[in-house]
Design a protein. Sequence first.
Length: 202
Amino acid sequence: MKRIWIDAGKCDGCLNRTLACMNAHRADKGSIYDLDLTDPSNESRGFIHRQPGGSYRPIFCRHCDEPECVNSCMSGALSRNRKTGIVEYDEKRCAGCFMCVMNCPFGVLKPDTAARSRIIKCDFCKDQLERGEDPYCVRTCALRALRYGDIDELRAEYGEGDVEAVPLPANTTNPSLVLIPHPKTEIMDVTMGEDPSLEYEL
């Protein structure tokens, strides 16, 4: 299965991937130069989290092996594709209960801003994948903080990475990603009942 590799140390928060995502999912077709940034329907499927120390981390759907969003979806609008491993969303089946939003431990699913009747989540740019091309966020990352490839090959080349990093919680859903934390980041030692998901920058 193919996934996105993230090197947080290379991310400078330029928002290229955010704009590319917005443009890729806009209702009207066009270029980045005529994208209406004030239109709530043109919202990104992910975001850039600014760390307390000033560094950045791209955040989007982890397409988990054991997705809590799918387990909590009562209408069947969310499902995990067994072939690709991608968590897919069928808007027509969505009841708008937002149980998935409340149960996603990574906080990446959200109600749409315009009508609050559906959810917004990463779909891995399905049209791109069907053409054999990388997702738009990966294509537009100038600093190569994002890369796309087979998850096992990425882990073999870059290591397992770290999925327990702020604002991410402890690993309970087996998220399919390789995250290389910012070099000035360390995971706190878990003692006396401290939260193992907490991470601080030096």
